[in-house]
Design a protein around this ligand. Sequence first.
Ligand code: GDP
Length: 455
Amino acid sequence: MYIRDTIAAVSTPSGNGGIGIIRVSGDLAATVGNTVFKPVHDGGLVSHRFSFGIVYDAAIGEKIDEAMAVYMRSPRSYTREDVLELHCHGGWLVVERVLALVLSCGIRLAEPGEFTRRAFLNGRIDLIQAEAVMEIIASSSVSALQLAQRQSGGALSRRFESVRANILKALALVEAYIDFPDDDLGDTDKSAILASVQDANTIISGLLSTFEEGRVMRDGITVLIIGKPNVGKSSLLNRLLDENRAIVAAVPGTTRDIIEETVIFGGLSLRLLDSAGIRRTDDLVESEGISRALAKIPHADLVLAVFDSSLEFGQEDRFILDALADSRSIAVLNKADLPKKFVLPDDACFDAVTDIEALSGAGISSLKKLVCSIFSPANQSNPREFIAISRSRHRDALVSAAHHLQNFSFGLHDCNLELLALDLRAALHAVGSITGQTATDEVLDHIFSSFCIGK
Ligand code: GDP
């Protein structure tokens, strides 16, 4: 439910900073501005113009801070309501005092994400764009940021709009026949309906096929480093991280649990997991580490299987190969500086094989490029234009829409128009839940509660 009261919050991060911004949105924004802010020059607050002045508490007759204020009259604002921003000095105490003063004007503290929620409820952005705003703030890699920016710009929303438009076209025709039960659905109308539904389905399957890549761009990839003890897994991790995070030792079995680090390569975020060495062992702690490592294989987007190329292929290497049968993996043949004895058997099916010297760092940059080339959207014909869905909420709703459209297409031959209309409406509802037209308050609460206060 949307109550049109006036809200305020600090929109800059907590703690001390150069500038602190207090944002106010709602009908009382101008009143608040005129109450707490005294511009240096006459003329009061002019919409969309910054003015310099002081924040002043009339109740105690005290200047709280010097500030810049900007008032944005509805509808030309982030929320489409009247908005006031006070840009003060960024000390936490200053910001808190200004916020308290603003709230004393009879307005309330905003809830997390409430400014963006109002932008959505007032029709300035749809739900996809609202979610993308959050992604922009949370992005930790360039690819995640670029994807979120394209989503927030409306590129993804336009695809969903075409899906909706096609379903609506089909629904309008079906409903016209429901209204005139004596008329049979003619062949021409039947093909027009089918064509619209197929167009919708084509866009849906196109979007569904982008999910994996979208997820990788947004969340990054999980890379599991696996191999026998002493093959150089920790040395590789350190090389990839450019630091000595994992303990490197000549004694087999040093890394007994999973070490986890995140790095950014080529704009992608990589979660690196260094596991315990895979080997048969009587050491309880070590074997626990090994079973944890094996359990991680199905959850990794990529496995780097490290082998010591100065040793012959052995039984434990075979064990690793078998454990990786269904995974995307790269065989990393380490210790290339030593005479080579290792030969991969013919049935090994890695996505790539590469030689490295973890000790000197040789081959590491090629390995990094190899990892990026497998996942990076540079595989796309035009990565800058690449539009993808990246949230499971979107994917699940699309799967549901596709399911209803398929039911519809099968049922069209029997021509039970009421049932057909039900499927079309269900598909429409599923698509509308993504863009927000049919999203319930519960869904909105869930989405916006993960925003920060002040956004
Ligand atoms: P892990 O048990 O698989 O994590 O292996 P470590 O990274 O602890 O390395 C085991 C041993 O192999 C250490 O003594 C490393 O210095 C050595 N080592 C690692 N990489 C190389 C390499 O490229 N060449 C050579 N010659 N030795 C290496």
